[in-house]
Design a protein around this ligand. Structure first.
Ligand SMILES: Cc1cc2nc3c(=O)[nH]c(=O)nc-3n(C[C@H](O)[C@H](O)[C@H](O)COP(=O)(O)OP(=O)(O)OC[C@H]3O[C@@H](n4cnc5c(N)ncnc54)[C@H](O)[C@@H]3O)c2cc1C
Length: 558
C-alpha cells in the first residue's frame, strides 16, 4: 500500500511505546557538584585554587568525559616501521588523548607543587588528578609518572638542572622528537621484567659506563622490560644492574645527539581496561642513559618516585569510586520502581548511603596524605606519609572494584551495557591495586617499617589515640588494632588483617579529627565492626538521608 494513503489513526498504532522512566544523562561540573571534595579541599588549605578547580570541573564533566570516551574507544596503536621500512618505534594515539594530556599539563596537574611552594599545593594537585581520572584514567598514568619523577631526579643535580624545567613546565608536546627541542616533556618508568616485577632484585637488564662511572654519567644499557607504560614519554626512569648493583637511570627516548635511542618497542599489551594508555614490552639494545643517584642504590632512588605514584593510585581509585557513585545517584534519583524514586526506597537508601560514606572515607584518607605531603618538612607528617601511603594504596585500590560493581547494580541492566559509563570504570578498577606494588607488597612494606622504623608506627598510634574518648566503637576498635600489632608470631601471614584494621582506624581518626561529625559517627558506628559483609548493611538509618544528600545535593549543575 502506498505510504501516503495510511490514516493517522493507523500510523499512531505504529508508535510502539513512549520512552519513559529512563533517566537523562546530565553533564556536571565535577567540582561544583562534589560537596565532599570541596569540604576536604578547604579543610586542607586548598581554597586558594577554587576558581581554577571550577574551570577544571566544568571541562572534565563535559568535554573531558567525551574526550575520555573517544580515547578509550580508539586505543593507541604501535607503529613499528614507516612506509619505507625504517624502524620508527612510535605509538599513535587518538587526538582526544593528546587533548586530555594538553589540558592536564597546561593546568599543572603534573607540576603544581613543584612550581608553587605553597601550603595546599599537593592537596590541590590531588584534587585536579581526582577530576581528571573521572574523565579518563589512562592518561592519568603518564601525568602521575611525570609528577612523581621529579622526586627521583633530584638525586642527580646535574641531570635535574636540564630536565626539571621541562618536566615541570605547563607545556605539553606529544610530538615524536628530541626532548631538547621541546619546552615540556613527560616521563615514564621501566622496572618490571619478565622474571620479576615485585622482586626487582631479579632484574637482568645491565648497564656499563661509556667512559666513566658515577652519578650523572652516561651508561650503555642492554636488556628488556616486560611492562613500560606510556612508551612515547620523552624519558624513562629505568632500573638496571651496574657493577655495584641495581641502579636507577634516566633514559631519553631520543639521544642528546638527535637520534632515536636504542630502545625498541616489541608490542603493546592488550589489557582488561586502561585502554587509552599504551603499555608496552620494550628492549634496550645498547640504549644510553644517565645514572641517577649512586650506583647500587637504584631502589632507594626510584622509591621516591614510586611512593608518589602509589599515592596517586589512592587518589585514582578514589576518583573511580566517586564517578561510580555519581552515576548511581544520578540514575536512582530519576528512576521509579514500585511507585517511588529508587533513591527513596529504604533498601536502596541503605546501599547509596553506604556507597556515599565509603566514597568520602577514601577521599578523606587520600586528602589527609596529600596534606601530609604539603607538610613533609615536619618529621611526624613525613612518617605519616611513609606508612599511610602503603596502607591507603592497599585499602582503597582493593575496594574500588567491588564498590563500582555495586554502583553498577544500582543502575540495573543498563549499568552493565557498554554505552553506559560503568563498564569502563569497572574494567579500569583492578589495575591500581596491581601496579606500583601489588597488595601483598604494600603489606610487606608496612612490615618493613614495623621492623626497621618502629618510631614511625609509634608516631601513627599517637595520632590515632589522640582521637579516643569520643566514639566508644572507635576506642574499642583501636584497642583491638593495637593488640593485633603487638603479636609478632606469624606476623607475615596475618599482615592483611593488620592492614585492614589500620586502614579503618586511620580513616576513622581522620574523619573524627577533620571531618563532619555525622560522617565520623556513621563510620565509627557502622564500618569499624560491620554488621554484614555486603554494601548496604547499615543497622541504623539515622544519618542515611544526610549522607545521600551530602553527595547528591549538588547533582544538577549545568
Ligand atoms: C597495565 C599495567 C601497566 C604497567 N606499567 C608498568 C610500567 O610502566 N613500568 C613498570 O615498571 N611496570 C609496570 N607494570 C608492572 C607492574 O608494576 C607489575 O606487574 C607489578 O609490580 C607486579 O609484578 P609482577 O607482575 O612481576 O608480579 P609478581 O611480582 O610475580 O607478583 C605476583 C603476585 O605475588 C605477590 N607477591 C610478590 N611477592 C610476594 C611475597 N613475598 N609474599 C606474598 N606475595 C607476594 C604480589 O603482590 C602479586 O600479587 C604495569 C602493570 C600493568 C598491569
Amino acid at each position: 500500500m502506498p505510504q501516503n494513503t495510511l490514516s493517522n489513526e493507523f500510523l499512531s498504532t505504529l508508535n510502539t511505546h513512549k520512552v519513559e522512566n529512563q533517566p537523562r544523562w546530565n553533564k556536571f561540573n565535577l567540582f561544583k557538584a562534589d560537596k565532599p571534595l570541596q569540604f576536604w579541599l578547604r579543610k586542607f588549605d586548598g581554597n586558594w585554587a577554587e576558581d581554577r578547580l571550577i574551570n577544571l570541573g566544568k571541562f572534565y564533566g563535559d568535554q573531558g568525559v567525551e574526550e575520555g570516551e573517544l580515547a578509550n574507544n580508539y586505543p593507541p596503536e604501535f607503529v613499528s616501521h614507516d612506509r619505507n621500512g625504517h624502524r620508527i618505534d612510535t605509538v599513535s594515539y587518538h587526538p582526544s588523548y593528546h587533548r586530555l594530556m594538553d589540558f592536564a599539563v597546561s593546568n599543572q596537574i603534573p607540576s603544581l607543587p613543584w612550581q608553587e611552594n605553597k601550603q595546599g599545593a599537593h592537596v590541590i594537585r590531588a584534587v585536579m588528578e581526582y577530576l581528571h581520572m573521572q574523565a579518563d584514567a589512562g592518561s592519568g598514568c603518564p601525568l602521575t609518572m611525570t609528577f612523581a619523577a621529579v622526586a627521583a631526579l633530584k638525586h642527580s643535580p646535574k641531570i635535574a638542572q636540564e630536565w626539571l624545567p621541562k618536566i615541570t613546565a605547563d607545556r605539553y608536546d606529544g610530538e615524536d622528537k628530541p626532548y631538547y627541542e621541546k619546552q615540556g616533556v613527560t616521563i615514564g618508568m621501566a622496572m618490571t621484567e619478565k622474571q620479576g616485577g615485585s622482586d626487582v632484585r631479579a632484574n637482568t637488564t645491565y648497564a656499563e659506563p661509556i667512559s666513566k662511572a658515577g652519578n650523572g654519567e652516561v651508561y650503555r644499557i642492554v636488556g628488556h622490560k616486560w611492562f613500560c607504560s606510556a612508551p612515547m614519554s620523552d624519558g624513562f626512569l629505568v632500573l638496571a644492574q651496574a657493577e655495584r648493583g641495581l641502579s636507577c637511570f634516566l633514559m631519553p627516548r631520543w639521544t642528546p645527539e638527535g637520534q632515536k635511542n636504542h630502545f625498541q618497542i616489541q608490542r603493546l599489551k592488550s589489557k582488561l581496561g586502561n585502554k587509552s594508555n599504551a603499555s608496552s614490552e620494550i628492549e634496550f639494545r645498547g640504549a644510553s642513559a644517565w645514572l641517577i643517584g649512586e650506583e647500587g642504590k637504584g631502589v632507594r632512588t626510584i622509591i621516591d618516585m614510586v611512593s608518589l605514584t602509589r599515592f596517586d593510585c589512592m587518589v585514582g581509585s578514589s576518583a573511580l569510586m566517586r564517578s561510580a557513585l555519581f552515576h548511581a545517584l544520578n540514575f536512582t534519583s530519576q528512576r521509579n520502581a514500585f511507585g517511588k524514586k529508587l533513591i527513596d526506597q529504604p533498601l536502596m537508601k541503605n546501599v547509596l548511603a553506604d556507597l556515599a560514606l565509603e566514597s568520602e572515607a577514601v577521599l578523606a584518607l587520600s586528602m589527609r596524605v596529600a596534606h601530609a605531603l604539603d607538610n613533609r618538612e615536619n618529621e611526624s607528617e613525613k612518617q605519616f606519609t611513609r606508612i599511610v601511603t602503603a596502607i591507603g594504596k592497599y585499602w582503597i585500590c582493593k575496594r574500588a572494584p567491588h564498590f563500582i560493581y555495586e554502583a553498577m547494580e544500582s543502575i540495573g541492566g543498563i549499568g552493565y551495557v557498554e554505552s553506559n559509563f560503568l563498564p569502563r570504570l569497572y574494567r579500569e578498577a583492578p589495575v591500581n591495586a596491581i601496579w606500583e606494588g601489588s597488595g601483598n607488597v604494600q603489606c610487606l612494606d608496612l612490615l618493613r617499617v614495623m621492623l626497621k622504623e618502629p618510631e614511625t608506627i609509634e608516631s601513627m598510634l599517637k595520632e590515632l589515640s589522640s582521637q579516643q574518648g569520643i566514639y566508644e566503637k572507635y576506642d574499642q576498635f583501636l584497642d583491638q588494632t593495637v593488640r593485633l600489632l603487638a603479636v609478632s608470631e606469624n606476623i607475615e601471614f596475618r599482615l592483611r588483617i593488620i592492614v585492614d584494621h589500620l586502614a579503618k582506624a586511620i580513616i576513622a581518626s581522620t574523619l573524627i579529627k577533620y571531618g563532619e561529625a555525622q560522617v565520623a559517627e556513621v563510620y565509627c558506628e557502622e564500618k569499624l565492626f560491620r554488621n554484614g559483609e555486603s554494601i548496604g548493611t547499615f543497622s541504623s538509618d539515622k544519618w542515611v538521608d544526610y549522607l545521600i544528600a551530602r553527595s547528591a545535593c549538588q547533582l544538577i549543575v549545568s
